[in-house]
Ligand binder design. Structure first.
Ligand code: ADP
Ligand code: MG
Length: 618
């Protein structure tokens, strides 16, 4: 039953708050909701019927910022102030994108390859997160205008291949736009949901999602079972899409007219006109056989068959990617149960034909391909709002889970944002000879030292049979089941001794606390890396001091006085340095101690071998 509240200030009835689904695309972005009456997903449209907002931001004079169709008009005339394709820069450093720098007509700041990219527009610098937040703010305002109610909660989609940094950046952009991002959902997952797949618990299916947008192509192979969407493989080309179709048409025309690149560069508005008409032609040819228009004084024409010839290499390339995706997923094309078409460019009949032939299947293309991701995001939003109770929630772990290793370091077994259920195992060994038990301390958090993370549980694996250090093989496995419950198991593989414990990782942590832990890990990232390096050096120093001391006390009769004193003083020096906390000095002296002991260790080894040989009768 829906709850209805009364706004005390106005006395009016308040609708329960709507959670919107947002497709934040490279080329176009849009918002969808579940219609309160029909309970079906619908995209939000302006009065003029437009649902898509071009993901373009224009910075005008005196700081005016426009987003969408208005901004698109400046794309060619004011390339420096008109930002497109920000999605490509999310969570990236300059080092990550410098090979594609010619693609961006605006300035991507390149003074520090390590840090995240910044974009210059006018005399200001913006991060991709800020730029994306401008798009999201525009979408939020539009949605509020259409729905006539505040919109503060959203589900946002991202490509399946987006890594942690890119997902986090998308979340941050939402927050900056004043949206509480309840979930980040994979685009192919959303597309499947829009077609009603994965909505029943019993169903198991393998689905191929073919997504050809404006500038990118993605093919994802998903396995859906028990309401869980598992990405088996992703493939594609991050620089292939409908823009390429426009470009080849426009070049085809300008070549016909014998216009040179220079002439076009000097007449930006003419170039813009060719691009716009090329896109018109392409769209027109999706359901007509020929197109004609007038650009300046030129009469231009394009037939469907000519268009298909022009885009053939691009289409063939996407088909090759599909084959690679199947190989990576380890599935045969006959095992694919459904093929879903996503992205505006899949409206092109030649594209549909090629995909259908390649998978040898009928395609799911009844929904508007440029709307299906947003529609699916709305379905997910509705599930989160609790309106779809019998449906299993797809979930991910909000914080990393790991155990404490030597020196108090956090060893992550299940990274943050992993899908659940999830299972991982890793082998560890003992530090001391004859060690009979091993303490397993389980932590949650993003920091490098466990003391900065949250301890979830601790237990000991006892009864490990006496063995020299390094011999036992203790496998620690983490299993997070569908309810978000973590089961940790430790098993010594040589003897079979095992122990396990159940923990509820989420228990007692509020969303704010989770957020704080994530923020802390970002704020302390640099310091954490330094600490980790220092702890590793200290641990190594401790080990080498121990082994060297043992070695010389066993073999002191075979060493010269000089060797002994030199070694002892190097050990003392290293012990002293260990507490001082300079990683480089510690490493330098580990090296020194190694250099001192290496000659006599080798000598003794040789002697031992030759003694052994002498003793043998031939
Ligand atoms: P993205 O996911 O990259 O944000 P979309 O899915 O919105 O992009 O796809 C945008 C692309 O779809 C553009 O290149 C646009 O020209 C193209 N497109 C839109 N409608 C049609 C159509 N009727 N025929 C061919 N291409 C189309
Ligand atoms: Mg898209």
């Amino acid at each position: 039953m829906a709850k209805i509240g009364i706004n005390i200030a106005t006395g009016s009835l308040q609708q329960p708050e709507m959670i919107v689904g947002i497709d934040l695309g490279t080329t176009n972005s849009l918002v969808a909701i579940i219609h309160p009456d029909t309970k079906k997903p619908v995209v939000l449209k302006e009065h003029d019927g437009a649902a898509l907002v071009p993901s373009i931001i224009h910075f005008g004079n005196r700081g005016a910022i426009t987003v969408g169709d208005k901004a698109k008009e400046f794309l060619i005339a004011q390339p420096h102030n008109t930002i497109f394709s920000v999605k490509r820069l999310m969570g990236k450093s300059y080092g990550d994108v410098k090979d594609q720098s010619s693609f961006f007509t605006y300035k991507v700041i390149d003074d520090n390859t390590e840090s995240l990219v910044k974009i210059q527009a006018g005399d200001k610098f913006y991060s991709p997160v800020e730029l994306s937040s401008f798009i999201l703010k525009e979408l939020k305002t539009r949605a509020e205008h259409i729905l006539k109610t505040p919109v503060t909660k959203a589900v946002i989609t991202v490509p399946a291949y987006f890594n942690d940094a890119q997902r986090q950046a998308t979340r941050d952009a939402g927050k900056l736009a004043g949206l509480d991002v309840l979930r980040i959902v994979n685009e192919p997952t959303a597309a499947s949901l829009a077609y009603g797949m994965g909505m029943s618990k019993e169903e198991t299916k393998i689905v191929a999602v073919y997504d050809l947008g404006g500038g990118t192509f993605d093919i994802s192979i998903l396995r859906i079972s028990n309401g869980i969407f598992e990405v088996l493989s992703t493939n594609g080309d991050t620089y292939l899409g409908g823009d390429d179709f426009d470009r080849v048409i426009s070049t085809y025309w300008t070549d016909q007219l014998g216009l040179t690149e220079e002439e076009l560069n000097n007449n930006k508005s003419l170039m813009q006109e060719f691009r716009l008409q090329a896109e018109e032609a392409k769209k027109h040819l999706s359901n007509k056989d020929s197109f004609s228009c007038k650009i300046a004084d030129y009469e231009m024409q394009l037939t469907k068959s000519e268009f298909e010839r022009l885009i053939k290499p691009f289409v063939e390339k996407t088909i090759q990617c599909c084959k690679n995706a199947l190989l990576d997923a380890g599935v045969n094309k006959d095992e694919i149960d459904e093929v879903i078409m996503v992205g505006g460019s899949t409206r092109v009949p030649a594209v549909k034909k090629a995909v259908s032939e390649s998978f040898n299947k009928k395609l799911h293309d009844s929904l508007n391909p440029d709307e299906v991701v947003a529609l699916g995001a709305a379905v997910q939003a509705d599930i989160l709002a609790g309106n779809n109770k019998d449906f299993l929630l797809l979930d991910i772990t909000p914080l990393s889970l790991g155990i404490e290793t030597m020196g108090g370091l956090m060893d992550v077994l299940i990274p943050r944002n992993s899908k659940i259920p999830s299972k991982v195992g890793r082998q560890y060994t003992t530090q001391k000879d004859g060690q009979g038990s091993m303490r397993i301390s389980v932590y949650q958090g993003e920091r490098d030292l466990v003391k900065d993370n949250r301890k979830l549980a601790e237990f000991s694996l006892i009864g490990i049979p006496g063995m020299p250090s390094g011999m036992p093989k203790v496998e620690v496995s983490f299993l997070v089941n569908a309810d978000g419950i973590l089961v940790v198991k430790a098993k010594e593989l040589r003897s079979g001794v095992e122990q396990s414990i159940e923990v509820k990782p989420q228990y007692g942590l509020t969303d704010d606390e989770v957020e704080k832990m994530l923020l802390d890990s970002i704020t302390h990232a640099k310091e954490d890396i330094q600490t980790r390096a220092l702890v590793e050096a200290q641990t190594e120093a401790k080990q080498i001091i121990e082994t060297t001391s043992q070695f010389i006390s066993k073999n002191k009769n075979f060493l010269t006085v000089e060797e002994l004193t030199e070694t002892m003083s190097a050990i003392n020096k290293l012990t002293e340095l260990m507490d001082k906390g300079n990683k480089d000095e510690i490493q330098g002296h580990i090296e020194k101690l190694n250099e001192i002991s290496r000659p006599y260790a080798e000598r003794l080894m040789d002697e031992a071998i030759s003694t052994a040989m002498k003793g043998k009768k031939i």
